[in-house]
Design a protein around this ligand. Structure first.
Ligand SMILES: [Zn+2]
Length: 241
């Protein structure tokens, strides 16, 4: 009987550990969320993809990226961090003036698991105010590190925001050479994909150097490169509901 108890306790601990590991994986899974809607790609047969940039803005990052996007006639969505936006509002205005779209990526870019509702609300609302101050009325939100369990999605819903994740994220650590980094992304893209690239900071040189290659290869494959909002519109007009 004592042995049974030990076995039972062991099974209990394993079950709790499995649950914790499961919740941890679920919190990071780009296409899954327990509460509220989330878009990681759009169902379509048309050759159309959304290009998204996370973090920043930084003046250097924006100055490097905008001319490349212009050269390939590509529209993109920039998910900005409130702290960076507060420091560099002019960089955000330049992005908008070039015809691109902004989104909310929280104020301080922390892992959004196990915090209070008030914390999430502050992260979303302060960034929303900064976005409106530079002239953006975006309703798009992306959780830092793709992390979201219950509290954050509830506040995202309250704020009237849509959670946008991705189905193709960059892998700069595995592919430090720009050509490899670009090829790895383009090979995983399919119609309706949402691509995530991190080009803003000093350490992101690979992404910035790879960007023209990514755009050229997507164009070669016949893709139109649009903002997330355009991709979402495309979905509603294309689906029979
Ligand atoms: Zn981020």
């Amino acid at each position: 009987m004592g042995r049974k108890l030990v076995v039972g306790g062991g099974v209990g601990i394993v079950a709790v550990l499995a649950l914790l590991v499961g919740l941890n994986s679920l919190s990071k899974a780009p296409c899954l969320q327990l509460i509220g809607d989330l878009t990681c790609r759009v169902e379509t047969d048309d050759k159309i993809v959304a290009l998204t940039f996370d973090d920043g803005p930084t003046p250097q990052g924006v100055a490097a990226i905008l001319p490349i996007l212009d050269r390939y006639d590509a529209r993109a969505t920039f998910f900005l961090i409130g702290e960076d936006l507060k420091r560099h509002p002019q960089a955000a205005r330049q992005i908008l003036a070039a015809g691109h779209e902004l989104g909310n990526h929280t104020y301080s870019h922390q892992r959004n698991v196990g915090r209070s509702r008030a914390f999430y609300r502050g992260e979303l609302d302060s960034t929303g105010q900064l976005l409106r101050a530079v002239g953006s009325d975006s309703d798009l939100f992306r959780p830092p590190y793709g992390r979201k369990l219950a509290g954050l999605p509830l506040e995202v819903e309250r704020a009237g925001l849509k959670t946008i994740t991705w189905d193709v994220a960059d892998r700069a650590e595995e592919f430090p050479e720009p050509a490899d980094y670009a090829r790895d992304i383009v090979e995983r893209v399919r119609p309706g994909s949402i691509i995530l690239i991190h080009p803003m900071y000093r350490g992101n040189a690979t992404a910035r150097e790879a960007l023209p290659m990514i755009l050229a290869q997507l164009r070669d494959r016949g893709y139109d490169i649009v903002t997330v909002s355009e991709l979402l519109n495309h979905q509603s007009s294309a689906s029979p509901q």
